[in-house]
Design a protein around this ligand. Structure first.
Ligand code: GAL
Length: 947
C-alpha cells in the first residue's frame, strides 16, 4: 500500500474510533531506499537525492541475498552481514496539528543504528535484538514531507550465528495527542495461585499515562475487558491528574466471572481495551490481549499449568527464517510454529534473544509456552565488544525493554537473563552479585514469573552463584543433576537437549560407532545417531525426561536448522545440521521420531532411509521405523523381515579382558593396571608421572579370536596416539592398531575408541606414543571381544525406534505395518524410484492475502514416470513467478550450498527444493508459479491472492 493511502485509511480509522483527527499509527513497510556501504552523513539530509539507491521493503536483511563467500566464517553463515548500510524514507505530516507527538518505534535493527530526522540526529540504539522508540517530535515539520535516515553498522557486532543486517523488524510511526498511553504502557496482571488452587479472576490493569501538555491534565482512563467473542465482561473508569511532561500509572482492578482459562490446548484470549480521554474527548486507545491462567514450576513434579502437570515438549529457535534471513515475516514464523506444533511442540525457547513481538502473539494464539531470553553472553554477542556501556545500565535498560514489551503475553512462563555464561570475570561471567543483579532487573517489573538462565558449567553450581535465580535452566548431558543436589528445592528445565545433527535425505548405511563420528562428505547421515560431542541423540533425552520427572521438560537444540553454526564442520559449511526440520522447512527423519514420542495418541509410521541404492544390491542397508506403535513388521517386496518390538535391546558379547591378567610399564599410586580390566569406567590404570611412552599388557590366558577392541582412555581419546600389538606367544608381536591423535573435537569428546581387528592371539600390548594437551597416559577400560557389536551407548535407541540393522538391499518396495497392543495402527511404504522425468509442485497454502507480506511455500520435487519422488535427484531447477506475486526466495536445505537464496534457480537437494512466493500488495489476482529443469517436464501451480 502506498504510504499516503495508508495514512488516509489510518486517519479514517482513528476518527471512527472517536479519536481526534491528526492521530494515527502507520507501519512503515514500503517506500524505503537503501544504500549498502559507507556514505557521508550528508545522505541524512532531507534534500539528498536517493533516487539511485535500491528500493526496499522493511523488514529488510541486506545480507541474505549474499553472495556466500566460501572462504568466510561458517559460524555466521558466510554471508556479507558485516559492514555499513543506510536507509531513507519520507513521511508526510498533516498540517495544523503541531501539538501532537511524533514517535518512531523500531522493533529491531542489526546493529548500532543512528536515526536522523530531517538531517538531525534524533537517537541511537545499542542492542540489535531489542526495540526502541525515537521521539521525533522536536525534529519534524508539520504539513510537509519529513525524511528519516538510518545508519546501520554491524562492524562491531559479534555473533555465534547469522545475525542478519539492517532494519530487520517492523517500524511504526505514531502521531498521538499530547495526552497518550506511554510506550509499552499497559501491564495486565491476573491473580490466582497455582499451588494454592486459587483461580485467576481478578485483573489488574496498570496504565502509564503521559501528559505532554504545558499544564496539568485531568485524564480519564477507561478499561473494558472483552471476552474472546468481543462481549464486554467487565469495565472500569478512573480519573487522574497528571502534571505537565510527566507520566503517571493508574491501576484498575476488575473482576471477571466465569473465566475461561488460557491453556496449551485451548488458548483462550481476552482483550483489554484502554481508552484515555480528556475533557470528554478520547485522546488515545489501545487493545491489549491477555489470558487467564495459573502456573508453577515445582521442584519435584515439573511444570503445572491450570492445575495439571504439563510436560514441556520444547524447541530452541534462532530468529532467522532460513532463505528469508533475519527479515521478519509473520507468515514464515507462523509456519515454523505450525510445523513445530504438528510434531508435538508446546514450548519455545527464543534462543538467545527476544523475538519479534509477532512471534509472541502467535504463541499466545497457538498455545505455545515461551522461555523469553534477553541475551546470550554479555559480550560482543550483546553488542558490547569492549563491555561498554557498563552492565548495570545496559542490562537494566534492555531487560526492561523485553519485560515491559512482553509482559502481557500469557504464553510467557520464564524470563531468562542469558545463556552459557562462563565463570570468568573478564567477560562479565557468572558471579553471585551479577546473577542477582540481572534477575532483579526483571523483578523490578515482573515478580510473577520465574527468572532463569541457560547454564552449562557444573562447577559453577558450588557456592552462591545461582542464588539469584528462581529456576535452573541446564543445557545438555543431564548436567542439571549437580544443580539439583545443591538446590534441591529449585525447579529445573532442560533448556538445551539433544543437539543431534543430520542432513535431510542423506544416509550412510555403515552406521556410526560413536555419535561424534564425522563423514568426509561434510554431510551428516540421517539415521539420527550423530550429535555434537557435548550432546546426545534424542532417545537418550527421552529416557531422561521419563526418569527425571522433577524436570519440567526439554527444549531441543533446535527445531529448525538456522544460518551459521554448522557443527561439526565449522568453516566448511554455512548453516546448521541441528534442526529437526531443514533450513527450508522440510522435515528430517527426526521429526517423526519426536512426533512418535511427543504425540503418542497420533498415528506416526515413518520408514528410513529411502530405497534407492543402486550399486548396493545384496549389501546391507539398515532400516529404521519411527512409530507411536509398540512394534512393527517390515516387508521387503512382500517378504517379512520380522516383527520388532520397542525395548528389545541388542545383546552384547562378553568382554574377554575381564578374565585376563593386566600389567603395565609403570603404575601410579592407587591406579594399578588391573583397574583397566575390572569392567568399571570409574577406576583406571595410570602410568607413573615420568612414563610418557607407557605400555599396558594383557594376557588373555589362552589363544582367542579377537574382532574388536574397545578402549577407554583416561582423557578424551583423540588426545592420544597409541599402537596395539598382538602376540600368540608373548615373544613375537604384530601390530594390529595404529591410532593417531586428531584435533577434533577441541573440547570434551568421548574417551572411547573402537578398533576393528582380526586376530587370534593370547597377548595384547598397547603403547602410548603421544598425548596432546598434557594428558597423561592411562586407561579406564581395555575391552576385548570376539565379535563386533554396536556401541552400548545406542542401546536406548531400541526403546524408541524399531531397528532392522541388517537388511540386504534389493530394489522394490519396503513396507512397515505398525502395531499397538497387537492392533495394526497404520503403515508406511518407501519404493525404489526410477529416473526423474518431471517436476511436481505443491504448496502449503493456495490462497494468500494481497498485503505484500503473505507467503506461499512451494515444494518442488523430482518424480519418476510413475509419480514417485526421486530421493537422489539433484537437477538444477528454475522458478518463474508471474501475476499478482513474486518470487521472494529459494533454497534446498543443503548446509553446504553456496547458491544464493535470492536467485530463481536452485539445485534439487536429495530430490527437493523450495520456492517462497510473496503476494503483491494491491487488489490481488492469480499468481502462477512455474518451475523448469533441462530434460524434465516442468511443473506449475496457481495461487490466488485477494484483499
Ligand atoms: C550450546 C549453546 C547454543 C548452541 C548449542 C549447539 O552450548 O548454548 O547456543 O551453540 O550449544 O549445540
Amino acid at each position: 500500500m502506498k504510504p499516503r493511502l495508508q495514512l488516509f485509511l489510518l486517519l479514517f480509522a482513528m476518527q471512527t474510533l472517536g479519536l481526534s483527527a491528526g492521530s494515527f499509527v502507520e507501519t512503515m513497510s514500503d517506500g524505503w531506499r537503501f544504500h549498502r556501504g559507507e556514505a557521508p552523513v550528508e545522505v541524512a539530509e532531507a534534500l539528498f537525492d536517493d533516487s539511485g539507491w535500491d528500493e526496499v521493503r522493511v523488514p529488510h536483511d541486506w545480507a541474505i541475498a549474499g553472495p556466500f563467500d566460501p572462504a568466510a566464517d561458517g559460524g555466521t553463515g558466510k554471508l556479507p552481514w558485516q559492514g555499513e548500510g543506510w536507509y531513507r524514507r519520507t513521511f508526510d505530516l498533516p498540517d495544523g496539528h503541531g501539538d501532537r507527538r511524533v514517535t518512531l518505534d523500531f522493533d529491531g535493527i542489526m546493529a548500532f543504528p543512528v536515526i536522523y530526522i530531517n538531517g538531525r540526529e534524533a537517537g541511537s540504539w545499542d542492542y540489535g535484538y531489542t526495540g526502541f522508540r525515537i521521539d521525533a517530535t522536536p525534529h519534524v515539520e508539520w504539513g510537509k514531507p519529513n525524511t528519516i535516515a538510518v545508519h546501520v553498522d554491524t562492524r562491531r557486532w559479534g555473533s555465534r550465528w547469522y545475525p542478519g543486517a539492517g532494519i530487520y523488524r517492523k517500524v511504526i510511526l505514531t502521531v498521538s495527542e499530547p495526552v497518550h498511553i506511554a510506550r509499552h504502557g499497559v501491564q495486565i496482571r491476573t491473580n490466582g495461585d497455582e499451588l494454592a488452587g486459587i483461580p485467576p479472576n481478578v485483573v489488574t490493569v496498570a496504565t502509564r499515562v503521559a501528559n505532554h501538555l504545558e499544564e496539568q491534565a485531568m485524564i480519564r482512563v477507561q478499561v473494558r475487558l472483552l471476552d474472546p467473542e468481543g462481549s464486554e465482561v467487565a469495565a472500569s473508569e478512573e480519573s487522574v491528574t497528571v502534571f505537565p511532561e510527566r507520566e503517571r500509572t493508574v491501576s484498575q482492578v476488575l473482576e471477571v466471572a466465569g473465566v475461561r482459562r488460557w491453556d496449551v490446548d485451548d488458548p483462550v484470549l481476552y482483550t483489554a481495551q484502554v481508552t484515555l480521554s480528556q475533557g470528554g474527548k478520547p485522546t488515545d486507545q489501545t487493545d491489549v490481549q491477555f489470558g487467564f491462567r495459573t502456573f508453577a514450576f515445582t521442584a519435584d513434579d515439573g511444570f503445572h499449568l491450570n492445575g495439571s502437570r504439563v510436560q514441556l515438549y520444547g524447541v530452541n529457535l534462532h530468529h532467522d527464517l532460513g532463505p528469508l534471513g533475519a527479515a521478519f515475516n509473520r507468515r514464515a514464523a507462523e509456519r515454523q510454529l505450525e510445523i513445530m506444533q504438528s510434531m508435538g511442540v508446546n514450548a519455545l525457547r527464543t534462543s538467545h534473544n527476544p523475538p519479534a513481538p509477532e512471534v509472541l502473539d502467535l504463541c499466545d494464539r497457538m498455545g505455545i509456552l515461551v522461555w523469553d531470553e534477553v541475551f546470550d553472553k554479555y559480550d560482543a554477542t550483546a553488542g558490547r565488544p569492549d563491555l561498554q556501556p557498563p552492565l548495570p545500565e545496559f542490562g537494566r535498560r534492555h531487560i526492561r525493554e523485553m519485560v515491559l514489551r512482553d509482559f502481557n503475553h500469557p504464553s510467557i512462563v520464564v524470563w531468562s537473563t542469558g545463556n552459557e555464561l562462563t565463570g570468568e570475570d573478564a567477560v562479565e561471567g557468572i558471579n553471585p552479585a551479577r546473577v542477582q543483579m540481572m534477575a532483579d532487573f526483571v523483578r523490578e517489573i515482573d515478580d510473577s514469573r520465574p527468572v532463569a538462565q541457560g547454564c552449562h558449567i557444573q562447577g559453577l553450581v558450588d557456592g552462591k552463584n545461582f542464588a539469584g535465580l528462581d529456576l535452573g535452566g541446564w543445557n545438555y548431558d543431564r548436567r542439571y543433576m549437580n544443580y539439583r543436589r545443591q538446590w534441591p528445592h529449585r525447579p529445573i528445565i532442560y533448556s538445551e537437549s539433544a543437539s543431534t545433527v543430520s542432513t535431510r535425505g542423506y544416509y550412510e548405511p555403515d552406521l556410526p560407532l560413536r555419535r561424534i563420528d564425522r563423514s568426509p562428505t561434510l554431510q551428516v547421515s540421517s539415521y539420527d545417531l550423530n550429535s555434537a560431542d557435548w550432546a546426545d541423540v534424542p532417545d537418550r533425552e527421552f529416557a531422561l525426561m521419563e526418569q527425571d520427572r522433577f524436570v519440567a521438560g526439554e527444549f531441543v537444540w533446535t527445531g529448525f536448522d538456522y544460518l551459521g553454526e554448522p557443527t561439526p564442520f565449522g568453516d566448511d559449511a554455512r548453516s546448521s545440521y541441528f534442526g529437526i526440520v531443514d533450513l527450508c522447512g522440510h522435515p528430517k527423519d527426526r521429526f517423526y521420531l519426536y512426533r512418535s514420542h511427543w504425540r503418542p495418541e497420533e498415528t506416526t509410521v515413518h520408514i528410513l532411509p529411502h530405497w534407492n541404492w543402486p550399486g548396493r544390491v545384496g549389501r546391507n542397508v539398515p532400516v529404521f521405523v519411527y512409530t507411536n506403535g509398540d512394534s512393527a513388521e517390515l516387508f521387503l517386496n512382500g517378504k517379512s523381515l520380522g516383527l520388532r518390538r520397542k525395548a528389545e535391546r541388542p545383546k552384547h558379547p562378553q568382554n574377554l579382558a575381564l578374565d585376563g591378567r593386566a600389567s603395565a610399564s609403570s603404575e601410579s599410586e592407587g591406579r594399578p593396571a588391573a583397574a583397566a580390566v575390572d569392567g568399571n569406567l570409574n577406576s583406571l590404570w595410570s602410568a607413573a608421572a615420568n612414563d610418557r611412552s607407557a605400555s599396558f599388557r594383557l594376557d588373555l590366558g589362552g589363544i582367542v579370536g579377537i574382532q574388536r577392541l574397545v578402549i577407554d582412555t583416561d582423557a578424551k581419546e583423540n588426545a592420544y596416539a597409541y599402537t596395539v600389538e598382538a602376540s600368540a606367544d608373548g615373544l613375537n608381536w604384530k601390530p594390529i592398531v595404529a591410532k593417531p591423535t586428531r584435533p577434533y573435537p577441541k573440547w570434551n569428546g568421548p574417551t572411547r575408541a573402537f578398533h576393528d581387528v582380526d586376530t587370534e592371539s593370547r597377548y595384547l600390548r598397547l603403547t602410548f606414543s603421544e598425548s596432546t594437551q598434557g594428558h597423561h597416559p592411562g586407561l579406564r577400560e581395555f575391552a576385548v571381544y570376539d565379535r563386533k557389536s554396536d556401541n552400548d551407548y545406542y542401546d536406548v535407541t531400541y526403546d524408541y525406534r524399531l531397528r532392522w540393522n541388517e537388511v540386504a538391499y534389493a530394489p522394490g518396495q519396503l513396507k512397515a505395518i505398525a502395531y499397538r497392543d497387537g492392533r495394526a495402527i497404520g503403515e508406511a511404504m518407501v519404493e525404489t524410484a526410477g529416473e526423474p522425468v518431471a517436476l511436481r509442485l505443491t504448496t502449503d497454502r493456495s490462497r494468500l492475502s494481497a498485503d505484500g507480506e503473505d507467503l506461499a511455500f512451494v515444494t518442488v520435487e523430482a518424480v519418476d514416470a510413475k509419480g514417485r519422488r526421486c530421493p537422489l535427484a539433484d537437477n538444477q531447477v528454475t522458478f518463474e513467478v508471474s501475476g499478482a506475486g513474486r518470487l521472494n526466495a529459494t533454497g534446498n536445505g543443503n548446509p553446504l550450498s553456496m547458491e544464493s537464496f535470492a536467485e530463481a534457480t536452485q539445485r534439487l537437494f536429495f530430490g527437493l527444493a523450495r520456492g517462497i512466493v510473496r503476494a503483491d500488495e494491491g487488489d490481488g489476482g492469480i499468481i502462477t508459479v512455474r518451475v523448469n529443469s533441462a530434460g524434465l517436464v516442468g511443473g506449475s501451480l496457481e495461487l490466488t491472492s485477494a484483499r
